[in-house]
Design a binder for this molecule. Structure first.
Ligand SMILES: *Cc1c(COP(=O)(O)O)cnc(C)c1O
Length: 394
């Protein structure tokens, strides 16, 4: 390891998790959500692995994310869902990227792009069924569908999907979920009435894909579960965490009781002990809230992070372990060798695993170790892009 800190990504785990999700999805297509650089794991590597293990679509947030996959040679269908109608998105059309549309303003921007490029825009109409983020609310939905039908008849767009996003799929008993399902039924009916045919219908995220078959429709969109984080509290679907973050211990020192540690001396050693300096800080994604709460794995033992987390480093109390410079400190991993998991860190930092994973900084080198079976070495030539699923498939 030449970088001081490394996030090693187990692509076999991604492959396994993809297969678990594809099985759970039943007849529905699986969209691998690789936004935010594949939740920090590397979008293209994750995309290629997922596409060879059961995913047929890719989901991203921004056009730049979609274009970067295309630049890497990924030809599978991609949906992007966050863009501004004040920006030209012509490149979505030329790169063959499907675009979410939740307002007539956005639809107009796309029809203009279609005029400019001479290409049809492939759109997924988004209904706001209760999350109050993107998507058309019920009182705008029919108008949006009618405008989309008109643009489709004019040859400017093809409505390939009708979709929405759930607020709380982790808690199936939540009445909000039933309300969203009813609102989504109405949105689908509205699209039919507008003559939009039978486009791909999709609603489910990871939690819904794994435990709510009534949300599957034609396609499910999975993010966090792909990366091996169990999305439903208290339930286990056999997912395998894919990322291990470790750093090289750069210094150890034996200190007496009463030694203050890090800024503000918020920690003072209560006994003679060994301190290890780990070169990862909040700029690398170690949450400041983890200072005094978090642990890192050293020699298979969870050792406390003592004192404040600094920008570039943390201090770990390794007690009497025979730790030497050059040894590894594991911030989190699958949890199989005494190290904490990303879910532990999310708890210590009072956040979710998504924030910890996506917060791992650019200075932390991504590595893709090849597993014994060799199946992790997914190269560009191994990519067999799937054809675009027919509208209404499943
Ligand atoms: C991030 C995202 C997902 C994936 O959600 P998970 O809970 O991580 O599976 C699915 N759909 C949309 C629209 C998203 O933004």
């Amino acid at each position: 390891m030449t970088a001081l800190a490394e996030a090693s990504v187990d692509l076999d785990a991604i492959a396994h998790n993809t297969a678990v999700l594809a099985r759970a999805a039943g007849g529905a297509h699986l969209m691998a959500v690789v936004k935010a650089n594949g939740f920090g794991h590397g979008a293209t590597r994750v995309a290629r692995t997922a596409l060879t293990h059961g995913a047929t679509w890719l989901g991203v947030t921004t056009l730049d994310e979609a274009l970067s996959l295309r630049a890497d040679g990924v030809t599978a269908p991609i949906l992007m869902w966050l863009w501004s109608p004040t920006h030209a998105v012509d490149r979505a059309l030329t790169a063959g990227v499907d675009v979410s549309v939740g307002s007539t303003t956005a639809l107009t921007a796309l029809t203009q792009a279609a005029h400019r490029t001479g290409l049809r825009a492939f759109v997924h109409l988004k209904a706001d069924t209760g999350l109050s983020r993107g998507g058309a609310p019920p009182d705008r939905w029919r108008h949006l569908c009618a405008a989309a039908a008109q643009a489709q008849a004019a040859g400017l767009v093809t409505v390939r999907g009708v979709w929405s996003h759930l607020a709380d799929a982790e808690h199936p008993a939540d009445p909000g979920l039933r309300r969203q399902l009813r609102a989504f039924d109405e949105a689908r009916a509205g699209a039919r009435v507008a003559g939009l045919g039978a486009p791909l219908t999709h609603l489910a995220n990871s939690a819904a894909a794994l435990q709510l078959p009534e949300t599957h429709f034609d396609l499910v969109r999975a993010g966090i579960a792909l990366y091996g984080v169990e999305p439903v509290p208290g339930r286990h679907f056999g997912l395998r965490p894919a990322m291990t973050v470790r750093a090289t211990i750069v210094l150890t020192k034996r200190v007496p009781a009463g030694t203050p540690v890090s800024y503000g001396a918020e920690h003072v050693t209560d006994r003679e002990t060994t301190l290890a300096l780990v070169p990862m800080g909040f700029a690398d994604g170690v949450p400041r809230l983890g200072g005094g709460h978090g642990r890192v794995g050293v020699h298979g033992v969870g050792c406390p992070v003592v004192g404040r987390v600094a920008m570039d480093q943390i201090v770990v109390d390794v007690g009497d372990l025979p730790v030497r410079e050059g040894d590894s400190a594991v911030l989190f991993g699958p949890g199989t060798h005494g190290e904490p998991t990303v879910v532990h860190w999310a708890g210590w930092a009072r956040t979710n695993a998504h924030e910890i994973l996506t917060g791992i900084g650019a200075r932390v080198r991504r590595a893709y170790p090849v597993a014994a079976g060799g199946s992790s070495s997914v190269g560009q030539d191994d990519l067999h892009p799937q054809a675009v699923p027919a509208a209404g498939a499943g």
